[in-house]
Write a protein that binds this ligand. Sequence first.
Ligand code: TRP
Length: 336
Amino acid sequence: MQEPNTTKKRMLSGIQPSGDLHLGNYLGAMKNWIGLADEFDCFYFMADMHTITVRQTPADLRRRTLEQMAQYIACGLDPEKNVLFVQSHVHQHAELGWVLNCYTMFGELSRMTQFKDKSAKNAENINGGLFTYPALMAADILLYQADLVPVGHDQKQHCELTRDIAQRFNCIYGDVFKVPEPYIPKTGARIMSLNAPESKMSKSMPEGCVFLMEKPEDIQRKFKRAITDSDTENCVRFDLENKPGVSNLMSIYSAVTGRTYEQIESEFSGLGYGAFKPAVGEAVIETLRPIREEATRLLADKAYLENVCRSGAEKASYVAEKTLRKVYKKVGFLPR
Ligand code: TRP
């Protein structure tokens, strides 16, 4: 196995295959990852072990994991330039996750806002995994000695905890883990729901969410129904505070066309929302079309996808195993 490039900084991120990937995942995360491969040594994975903290239908989880892999590649994440893998294929995640559980405090886990939110929403299934999830996430990151972790705002607290766990462990045993930094990309839009612009675009509100594999006519319907603002001026102008709906559509349009807000304002000056909304829909459809077509083509080629998964897991496992060996030795496990 070839030694991974060590001169570049290492970057790692994951998305849970808990639902179909959508425009918010694409514009907020994946699209920004594509250009990073030249500058960084990049690892991306499907966080399926995190996904089962909430009850899943097995066949759906399997299908979404493979679809997510196809969509990562279709978006432009080249498996030759990035290490793409499925978390559960690399057993070291579970193993380091257990060890780090023993270096993570009950009090710390109790303070995680995502745990509080998720347990409020899933009162009938507040399982141990949901609670200790941040220790597994720390293992995901620390196994690879990642320098940078591109995450959205909602994961910042987990990244902070990862740093604390790494520092605690290093304090006891010497320098075992690289202490990672969160990486909030300069570009990368925060995309809100089309019909509730105060909330992040999410699969849990499907009417306000545009999925990467969605049919053009469905996408256009969602944009035509997008909430614009209740002011009377009917004018395309960026104003997050007073016009969150229109501003969100402008962010989307800007992200897919590369135009600035000023350019968009003058393009639609005097035209109003009736012209603007379908134009955004059209631009999104054209952006997603090649991705959908390529993902569909890849999904028909199961052998290729399985090959990408296998080779990604091998590369990941090679790096992860080195860290795990070191950790097992440090904590005092008897060598096999
Ligand atoms: N917890 C992340 C989420 O729900 C997914 C994730 C799991 C992740 N492990 C990670 C992200 C490691 C970055 C790094 O979105």
